[in-house]
Design a protein around this ligand. Structure first.
Ligand SMILES: Nc1ncnc2c1ncn2[C@@H]1O[C@H](COP(=O)(O)OP(=O)(O)O)[C@@H](O)[C@H]1O
Ligand SMILES: [Mg+2]
Length: 220
């Protein structure tokens, strides 16, 4: 589902953010990416979602070779990927329902389908009863659950979450991790970056460790 071979990413400076990354993540796997701040986790995720391009090497995601992808194909790739961020990135002037509906409306789905699918997904993350609420009136954990709903509403094959519990207290973090595992159990490949080593250890999942832009560990 996700494959990197000999991937390097160098920013001007130069900053060698990724060095010779080789990795393979299969369909339906749950994998953590750990490493201290500055190790290259966000950079690696940007390569997967095609928000930035590699300096050299190859990245393959959901059947797309990202070195050869053209601009018209990028929206098609993005429909196969869901992305969750540390700071939720919900639109403040839209209700939870409207936030989650957005990816479906962008691709032109019919209103009847959008209504049904958004309610189904809000139900799944335990927020159906709050669909009319605005993000600022719900807790951080609920905002992140809404962001996960938005990331999976279009049924992507891959979900990437960059420090999804970074702004949450321990109890809410556990809820979010349970939810991400539930998403994986339904067949989605889930890749989660976190520097919270204790939390990662408790979850007993495959863990890739990044250090100074290199993969220095691949446990389990
Ligand atoms: N757009 C950029 N321009 C220059 N340097 C960058 C840019 N983005 C990230 N970096 C650098 O690349 C390295 C890896 O950063 P990042 O991927 O954000 O690490 P992490 O997410 O693990 O904290 C850091 O040294 C960071 O300063
Ligand atoms: Mg980061």
């Amino acid at each position: 589902m996700i494959e990197f071979s000999h991937v390097y990413k160098t920013y001007s400076g130069p900053v060698h953010a990724l060095k010779n990354i080789d990795l393979k993540i299969g369909k339906g796997e749950f994998v953590f990416l750990t490493g201290p701040s500055g190790a290259g986790k966000t950079t690696l995720f940007k390569m997967i979602s095609a928000f930035d391009s590699v300096t050299s090497g190859n990245v393959n995601v959901a059947g797309f070779n990202l070195s050869e992808i053209n601009h018209r194909e990028i929206p098609i790739l993005r429909r196969k990927i869901g992305v969750v961020f540390q700071d939720f990135k919900l639109l403040r002037d839209k209700t939870l329902f409207e936030n989650v509906a957005l990816p479906l409306q962008v691709r032109g789905d019919k209103n009847v389908f959008v209504q049904r699918r958004v309610h189904e997904v809000l139900e799944k993350v335990g927020l159906a009863h709050r669909h009319d609420q605005y993000p600022e009136f719900i807790s951080g954990g609920e905002q992140q659950r809404t962001a996960i709903a938005r990331a999976i509403v279009h049924q992507p094959g891959v979900l990437i979450a960059d420090e999804p519990t970074g702004n949450l207290d321990p109890r809410m973090s556990e809820e979010i991790m349970d939810l991400l595992e539930a998403v994986c159990a339904q067949g989605t490949t889930v890749f989660v970056a976190s520097h919270d080593l204790e939390m990662v250890k408790r979850r007993k999942k495959r863990t890739l460790e990044l250090k100074d832009g290199m993969i220095v560990g691949d446990l389990k």
